[in-house]
Design a protein around this ligand. Structure first.
Ligand code: NAI
Length: 445
């Protein structure tokens, strides 16, 4: 099928490459000319396992094209995906300006019936707004063309995005049009072979499904972080508690890992956006507000541990930081906990010596060159001359480090572990002070 994808970010690029791989003829349109040019030259703008070869091979096979020419893109696809960003606006609501700009572009150039698919995460009611926008432009053009607006939210996880798109656990389609449903079934047929994965529903329910999924996951994390904070005060180990509750199949082991807060491009903004949506319809979202507040507090946790350990005097201290991306296997730094930590450390006069397997360029891009940020080539070199080690992201490369080297190299043999990667007993036996999240021990205790 002929498909056009507007927005070549994490979602649009992965979705486009995976659709091309099964044989669809995909054109990607982006307003970022540099990104488009780079992609044509095989330079992939994001780190995502398996993505580079997938993009290159499909580009070479001419099943995947990149362009800034919106008119060409609109004329190409029967199906037009909108996969642009929906960042928070000043009050935390999802900013729909990019989504509506694409809707307007589609309406400006379309010459045949189209199925417009909202792939971006958008508030309930957005499909109606997209439809109104397209209808208004068609009216000013004086043309009458059929179109459907479908909600098809994306559930991929960064770090596993290609695999998630190739083998989705569900494909949610929100539409009340039989024609649109049958086209979407045809598009996704290659991904729907072993058992039925399509869940077809009305548009508003599909739009809410995406927010409900992310808010549920964020709630699980904030719940565990609250338990971890309690465990710390009560002398209990949250990691034991995690195993004890996860063994109950009604609870399960997934997404109950405590840590230094959730980040990324989705959970923080989607929780906020649903809070604002609720408020706008006169509902008080007590639970979601708390999920957000608990997470905000949790992102301060490592800094407050460091402050207590160094008796409030962090000026001139060098802090080794392992992990900058908001989670492993991505270079995405959006709303990452490491940023809150680094910014707090800088405000307190400390120097950060950071290492991340993939997010060094992104960190450089965000913060530029500054005297209190040293981006180091290896995790070992980040330790040189440092007063403490902090772990912010659970990359595999950090899971079994050389503790002897850490002890020898650091000025103070102390690790602040924001992801509970290490066993406190082993570190204690090695003579390294260890502060995790909710491991039954407060700093200074
Ligand atoms: P992104 O910021 O990585 O990419 C957005 C792209 O859209 C950029 O390349 C930008 O230049 C382009 N763009 C903006 N306006 C445009 C226009 N008028 N025409 C063509 N291109 C335009 O965003 P990302 O992370 O891919 O997210 C996109 C949407 O998908 C958001 O709504 C997000 O909430 C949702 N989502 C994101 C997931 C993720 O893990 N990143 C997962 C599931 C959903």
């Amino acid at each position: 099928m002929k498909v056009t994808v507007f927005g070549i970010g994490y979602v649009g690029l992965v979705q486009a490459a995976v659709l091309a791989e099964v044989g669809h003829d995909v054109v990607c349109v982006d307003v970022n000319a540099e990104r488009v040019e780079n992609l044509k030259n095989g330079i992939i703008p994001i780190y995502e396992p398996g993505l580079t070869p997938l993009v290159k091979s499909n580009y070479e096979a001419e099943r995947l094209q990149f362009t800034t020419d919106a008119e060409f893109g609109v004329k190409h696809g029967k199906i037009q995906f909108i996969a642009v960003g929906t960042p928070p606006d000043e009050d935390g609501s999802a900013d729909l300006q990019y989504v509506l700009a694409v809707a307007k572009t589609i309406a400006t150039y379309m010459e045949s019936p189209k199925i417009v698919v909202d792939k971006s995460t958008v508030p309930v009611g957005t499909a109606d707004k997209v439809a109104e926008c397209i209808a208004a432009v068609l009216k000013t053009r004086g043309v009458s063309l059929d179109f459907d607006v479908v909600s098809n939210p994306e559930f991929l996880k960064e770090g596993a995005a290609v695999a998630d798109c190739q083998r989705p656990d569900r494909i949610v389609i929100g539409t009340d049009s039989a024609v649109a449903e049958s086209k979407m079934r045809e598009l996704y047929a290659p991904f729907n072979r072993n058992h039925e994965k399509l869940i077809v529903m009305d548009v508003r329910s599909a739009e809410l499904t995406k927010y409900a999924a992310n808010c549920m996951l964020a709630t699980k994390i904030s719940f565990m972080n609250e338990m971890a904070n309690l465990a710390e005060k009560l002398g209990a180990d949250i990691e034991k508690v995690r195993l004890g509750i996860g063994s109950d199949p009604r609870i399960g082991y997934h997404f109950i890992y405590p840590g230094c807060g959730y980040g990324g491009s989705c959970f923080p903004k989607d929780v906020q956006a649903l809070v604002r949506t609720a408020e706008k319809v006169g509902y008080t979202p007590e639970l979601l507000r708390s999920v957000e507040a608990v997470n905000g507090r949790q992102k301060e946790k490592l800094f407050s541990h460091l402050q207590s350990y160094f008796n409030g005097d962090l000026a001139g201290k060098r802090i080794a930081l392992w992990g900058l991306s908001f989670k492993p296997n991505t270079d995405d730094m959006r709303d990452a906990s490491s940023r809150v930590l680094m910014e707090n450390l800088w405000a307190a006069g400390a120097i950060v010596q950071a290492y991340d397997p993939e997010a060094m360029n992104e960190t450089q891009r965000i913060y530029g060159t500054r005297a209190d940020l040293n981006l180091m080539g290896t995790k070992e070199s980040a330790l040189n001359g440092a007063d403490a080690l902090v772990v912010c992201t659970e990359w595999n490369a950090f899971k079994a480090p050389d503790f002897d080297l850490i002890k020898e190299t650091l000025n103070h043999a102390v690790i602040f572990d924001g992801r509970n990667l290490y066993d406190p007993a082993i570190l204690e036996a090695q003579g390294i002070a260890y502060y995790g999240i909710g491991r039954g021990r407060s700093v200074g205790a």
